[in-house]
Design a binder for this molecule. Structure first.
Ligand code: 5GP
Ligand code: ZN
Length: 145
């Protein structure tokens, strides 16, 4: 856990949480019961969770494209970067800060890593819940020696 590290304290917990039949609300965002990442957040689909705080959760990708392949997601359901409101934009900074800390923990901070957010169909987004990929542990570009 990174509790106590400054970059992980920027996003305040959302205190407005109410449960209704089959779904719950975090702020004005629904937790979608048909969303695989919401199901991971809810603990209904197993995953290797390696970090979580009030706002985000990070787990290992089920189909890793590199020795380290983590997915960092907001706990609340935001379909994609395109649906991010200005009020929610600090969340992306928090996701990036979390990825930077996890890169250190994974031992790839020095060698280098790649952060990717796919957005929409042609952007290669398959899971419609905003997420940040953290990839590293191998050479990710052919342009390198
Ligand atoms: P996208 O293409 O939407 O940017 O990436 C979605 C990622 O989520 C993919 O890399 C895929 O392997 C990963 N993924 C999809 N379903 C699951 C799951 O149930 N568990 C985990 N851990 N990863 C998943
Ligand atoms: Zn979701």
């Amino acid at each position: 856990m990174f509790t106590g590290e400054t970059c992980l304290n920027r996003v305040k917990p959302d205190t407005r949480e109410a449960k209704t039949k089959g779904e719950s609300k975090r702020g004005n965002r629904e937790v979608k019961t048909d969303c695989i990442f919401c199901q991971i957040v809810a603990g209904k689909v197993p995953s290797e969770i390696i970090y979580q705080d009030e706002a985000v959760i990070a787990f290992r990708d089920i189909n890793p494209q590199a020795p380290t392949h983590l997915v960092i997601i907001p706990k609340r359901h935001i379909p994609s970067l395109a649906q991010l409101t200005e009020a929610e934009s600090s969340l992306v900074g928090h996701m990036v800060s979390t990825a930077n800390q996890l890169a250190k923990r994974e031992g790839i901070a020095e060698s280098g890593y790649r952060l990717v957010i796919n957005c929409g169909k042609e952007g290669g987004q398959l899971v419609p819940h905003l997420h940040l990929h953290l990839l590293g542990g191998r050479k990710l570009s052919d342009k390198l020696d």
